[in-house]
Ligand binder design. Structure first.
Ligand SMILES: [Zn+2]
Length: 121
């Protein structure tokens, strides 16, 4: 049989590709040592960002990085991202005085039965 013909495949078959031209991603390693002296070497992609300063050791302790890489995570605790509420967004568009006017207009219309009352439930 011709070597180039497609060979049969089955579920769970191994890939027929070989790694002849596969170039592994560039890596950098960082060593972490825990308080019991265990060393863990962790490979990171060259493109990795926010590389952690600590790494969980196999003994359960926290290992500290023995060196630094270019893209280490910031040591400052990041401020929790402030989430704007609907009220905050409203206040960006209108002043309290504007809102007072709108409210009184709407209340007047509501009391005069010009607009239907909101149905609750
Ligand atoms: Zn350890």
């Amino acid at each position: 049989m011709n070597e180039l013909s497609m060979r049969g495949s089955r579920i769970g078959a191994l890939s027929l590709e070989n790694d002849l031209h596969v170039v592994p991603a560039q890596r950098q390693t960082l060593q972490y040592v825990c308080s019991a002296g265990h060393s863990t070497i962790v490979p990171f992609s060259i493109e990795a960002e926010d590389i952690p300063h600590t790494w969980g050791c196999r003994c359960g302790r926290e290992g500290q990085a023995t060196g630094t890489l270019e893209k280490m995570a910031s040591t400052e605790i990041k401020e929790e991202r402030y989430v704007r509420s609907h009220w905050d967004m409203l206040l960006e568009r209108r002043t309290i005085a504007d809102l007072e006017v709108l409210l009184s207009e709407r209340l007047a219309l509501l009391r005069a039965h010009e607009i239907p009352e909101l149905k609750t439930a």
